[in-house]
Design a protein around this ligand. Structure first.
Ligand code: LLP
Length: 421
């Protein structure tokens, strides 16, 4: 049975590519994040094919997975990066990313972060408010440089996704109201330390349909025309990230479906020269990783059956934070235990510490489980809550593998702390 092309059963044992997962669990312990290099390359390939010979820059939304090994694969493939902090800038530069392919998003850029990005020479600042624009103009002026800017506009469209990951509605904190955007662009044009280079939006995440993008695009095209009338000519249009992945039975839009709709619309408006920038995160890495965990105890209560595993909400917070559904696969398909409905829960002292609910599984203590689709927003959202070291990350390449981040040691968790006496 195939769970995903890159995590599939061979003789009843789940593999990452051609590496049996039990071997990795034995060697490195659990919980453990396991990534497939080929899955990263294939996901990238879908964007590359969709782009064909069109003018598209794909900037990996690295908040989804910022391990240096992941970043470096995408860099080698030609990706740019979408960053949201000075920390992410430092990671991108650490793998030798080309700064002219880095876009800097985020609502709360600090002075030091602007300075670092200007020094590096990033492609564009996606500015989200007038105060930010003013600050950027001042910082660039003080450094004697010109900052390339796009305004992130809020097109007020419904991305039809979870409210916590929907960002393009009026009530969200993100972006500049599209009605106000022309006036803010006009102001930006008056600052000699700013150069207007683009228009940007990002309407949400785990989007499965193409229509919200096209609703946003239609509004952005009207804005771009208004800007042109005012003598403001942009070079690129950034449509953000957001393409969803299959966690269960979704059939999300593909990059090709999106770009095949976008380019004819640009051409129809005489905007065929514009570069399209995309900022995909999840769709490049989500199904390229799993979280491997071991059953510690089975606990049967009157109300429910619990499988208490060694991974927890600190390793994967998506289920409890967004009510997200991650598939759970027994790594070895040999159990003779009866199939029962289990809640998969962790050891953390919170009722919200669950990874999956009501799953029909045949389990015994010591069994290994794979929590699927854990390549995006898993490790990057991990914490050390309950003084739990963050788990190791392994990258598999066919039958080979590399520890791309070792498990944190207990000592390292509090090595920098001190007492008052
Ligand atoms: N660009 C911007 C400006 C963003 O805010 C995001 C994600 C992306 C690109 C990448 O979006 P993606 O292609 O990954 O959907 N933690 C949540 C997702 C939060 C997304 C935040 N912004 C989750 O686990 O579902």
């Amino acid at each position: 049975m195939t769970v995903s092309p890159h995590f599939a059963f061979q003789k009843g044992v789940l593999h990452a590519e051609n590496m049996p997962l039990p071997e990795l669990a034995e060697r490195f312990g659990t919980p453990l994040y396991v990534y497939s290099k080929k899955a990263l390359h294939d996901a990238w390939g879908a964007y590359q094919q969709a782009a064909e010979n069109r003018n598209v820059l794909v900037c990996f939304g690295m908040k989804a997975n910022s391990n240096l090994a992941v970043l470096n694969e995408f860099r080698k493939l030609g990706a740019g990066f979408d960053i949201v902090s000075g920390g992410e800038l430092a990671r991108a530069l650490a793998v030798g990313a080309d700064p002219s392919k880095i876009v800097f998003s985020g609502v709360g850029k600090q002075v030091w972060e602007m300075q670092a990005a200007l020094k590096a020479g990033v492609k564009c600042f996606n500015v989200e408010s007038e105060p930010e624009l003013e600050r950027l103009a001042q910082v660039a002026h003080d450094m004697g440089v010109v900052a390339p800017v796009s305004l992130r506009v809020n097109p007020d469209v419904d991305a039809k996704t979870h409210p916590y990951i929907s960002t393009g509605l009026k009530e969200n904190k993100f972006g500049i109201d599209i009605e106000q955007a022309p006036a803010v662009y006009q102001r930006a044009a008056t600052w000699p330390s700013l150069e207007i280079v683009g228009v940007d939006c990002h309407i949400g995440s785990q989007i499965t349909e193409v229509s919200p993008y096209l609703d946003a695009l239609d509004k952005l095209l009207v804005l771009i025309a208004r800007l042109a009338d005012a003598g403001i000519h942009i070079r690129h249009l950034d449509l953000g990230g957001g393409i969803g992945i299959r966690y269960t039975d979704e059939t999300p839009l593909t990059p090709k479906m999106l770009l095949d709709e976008v380019f004819p619309r640009l051409q129809a408006q005489g905007l065929g020269h514009l570069q399209i920038v995309l900022e995909p995160g999840r769709s490049l890495v989500g199904n390229a990783g799993i979280l491997l965990t071991r059953v510690e105890y089975l606990k049967h209560t009157e109300a429910r059956n619990f499988a208490i595993v060694d991974a927890a909400m600190n390793d994967l917070i998506r289920p409890t934070l967004y009510d997200a559904w991650h598939s759970v696969e027994p790594v070895v398909q040999a159990s003779s235990a009866p199939v029962q409905s289990y809640d998969i829960v962790g050891p953390i002292c919170e009722s919200g510490d669950w990874l999956a609910k009501n799953r029909q599984l045949s389990l015994a203590p010591g069994d290994l489980l794979a929590i699927m689709s854990a390549g995006a927003y898993a490790f990057t959202m991990a914490s050390q809550y309950n003084t739990r070291p963050r788990a190791a990350e392994i990258m598999v390449d066919d039958q080979a593998f590399k520890v791309v981040r070792p498990r944190e040691t207990l000592q390292s968790l509090f090595a920098d702390e001190c007492t008052l006496d």
